[in-house]
Design a protein around this ligand. Structure first.
Ligand code: GLN
Length: 291
């Protein structure tokens, strides 16, 4: 009789595809299988082919079966494996941090491409896993990056990521509502704050609702720009002349936020769409020259 010991890579892969495809679709299931083998065995897709007939150890079989049962309950694979890909790097993530999204990679890419000068002073507000801060620090020349977050758990993850990825970042554990940096402290302030209205919860998937930190996602319906208005005020006080604000936003409130920025004297206010065609970012300039 066949025992578990004879489970080969090929057989395990087929079983995973059979069980995961009905919920995730075949393409997504195959991508997950590649991530699982990469994370547990360090294998590339080629290694998986070369090792198709290799029997897997009981330890690996148990691990994979555990991962599979968690995936079947809709837990995001990034939390199960403890890592997520973001802008060319692998970041540790935990339930204290959001899983970084492709839209946020676009925000980082925009900042990297538009700010080619060196020695920029950058602040990331609500850094979570440190994704934005670390990606900017690694891609902008001699940038001096600071990052704040109210969550101690998130900051621990961000600090680990920064150390591991050799990014020199000053992390500050603090609530943005209590934070008051000195005038002319930063050339760029970036933030992807909580921006989903509480009332949008009902249309959301359980993989987000049941697993990701709600404090990083949701804002009250009666004050959806609560974080933005605080950061806009902070920018007025602490951005340099010619300094820039970059936000990831909820498309529902794009116009309201544009008006807020204009009312507070920011210039060159621009709304930018994401890869899905949604108004997802806003950027603007702080200038002392009043025209
Ligand atoms: N983009 C995230 C989502 O759609 C939300 C991130 C946020 O609230 N800042 O789930």
């Amino acid at each position: 009789m066949e025992t578990d010991k004879s489970i080969t890579t090929a057989r395990m892969t087929a079983e995973l595809r059979r069980d995961l495809s009905p919920i995730y679709g075949d393409g997504e299931a195959r991508a997950m299988i590649r991530l699982i083998f990469h994370s547990l065995k360090g294998w590339s897709q080629t290694d998986m082919v070369i090792n198709a007939d290799t029997p897997l150890s009981d330890y690996i079989i148990d691990k994979i079966n555990d991962i599979k049962s968690r995936l079947l309950k809709n837990e995001p694979i990034q939390y199960i494996l403890g890592e997520a890909y973001f802008y060319g790097i692998n970041l540790k993530v935990s339930p204290d941090t959001l899983i970084p999204r492709p839209e946020t990679e676009q925000l980082v890419d925009m900042i990297v491409k538009e700010n080619t000068e060196s020695d920029l002073r950058i602040l990331d507000i609500g850094t979570g896993s440190g994704a934005i801060a670390i990606a900017l620090s690694r891609n902008l020349r001699f940038a001096k990056v600071s990052a704040i977050d109210i969550s101690e758990g998130a900051l621990k993850v961000a600090e680990e990521n920064a150390t591991h990825l050799h990014a020199d970042i000053s992390f500050i554990n603090c609530d943005v509502f209590e934070y008051s940096p000195k005038p002319d402290s930063f050339d760029i302030i970036v933030s992807n704050p909580p921006y989903i209205d509480d009332s949008e919860k009902k249309g959301m998937e359980s993989n987000v609702l049941d697993y990701e930190p709600h404090s990083a996602l949701f804002v009250p319906d009666n004050n959806p720009l609560i974080f933005y208005s605080k950061i806009v005020e902070l920018g007025c006080k602490s951005l340099s002349n010619g300094g820039k604000l970059y936000f990831e936003i909820n498309p529902r409130h794009a116009e309201e936020l544009r008006q807020l920025l204009l009312d507070d004297g920011y210039q060159d206010v621009e709304i930018i769409s994401d890869i899905y065609g949604k108004q997802r970012f806003i950027k603007c300039l702080r200038s002392d020259n009043k025209n």
